[in-house]
Design a protein. Structure first.
Length: 224
């Protein structure tokens, strides 16, 4: 029986197509593993992630998971990067469709609050990861710090733009404003997730309004 009648590719050009399908399937499998790893990390933290634990959750073999992530550290870093991607898609990019200045700053905070509200039960990898890796140098800590710094830099730029647009006082310290806004989110996670204190979401929103009132340029922030 010839190779053609035995079912091999009819032409060499068809072989890359088969390889392309295999590559796509591999990418889809890896994406599914990362999705499961994100859910697991929300429960047990990045430190709780392991090839074995993920194999059990996904129903795959350890060797199957290991084929996509050469080490536990690679798995943890992939989870951090995927979390960051989803954070940007939910919080940052939608706000870019809003006018620069205070409207965008409000949108960023509103989107951040929406995501935080959803994570009160599941947890935030940025925050739990900081607790786990704050004093542990290495690639995982570096990936976490890079992701957080990218987001905080975006918030800082939004504050600067609000000041440039005249929505905040000309003498407003942008770094201080961004720091105080970040502080609201951290306090919200602590009070709502750890202490289960009622009214935490309302207090966080009130805190944001107070920041705008304190740093706002005359009455500009009310109409922005």
């Amino acid at each position: 029986m010839s190779q053609l009648s035995a079912g091999s590719p009819r032409t060499p050009a068809e072989r890359p197509a088969r390889g392309g399908r295999a590559l796509l399937k591999g990418q889809q499998t890896k994406a599914a593993i990362i999705d499961a790893a994100l859910a697991l990390a929300a429960q047990v933290g990045l430190e709780g992630l392991s090839i074995g634990a993920l194999a059990e959750v996904t129903g795959m073999s350890k060797s199957g998971v290991f084929a996509h992530f050469g080490s536990r550290e690679d798995l943890q870093i992939s989870v951090v990067r995927e979390y960051h991607t989803r954070f940007e898609e939910e919080v940052f990019y939608p706000a870019l469709r809003v006018a620069r200045g205070l409207p965008r700053l409000r949108a960023l905070f509103a989107n951040w609050m929406k995501r935080t509200s959803a994570e009160i039960d599941s947890g935030c990898i940025y925050i739990s990861g900081a607790v786990e890796f704050d004093d542990r140098p290495g690639p995982v800590r570096d990936a976490l710090a890079e992701s957080v710094n990218i987001w905080l830099a975006a918030m800082h730029r939004a504050v600067l733009q609000a000041r440039d647009e005249g929505h905040l006082r000309a003498d407003a310290d942008a770094a201080q404003v961004a720091f105080e806004i970040h502080g609201l989110i951290l306090a919200l996670h602590y009070e709502a997730r750890f202490l289960r204190a009622p009214g935490s979401l309302r207090r966080a929103n009130t805190g944001f309004d107070n920041i705008l009132a304190r740093y706002g340029a005359a009455d500009a922030f009310r109409s922005a």
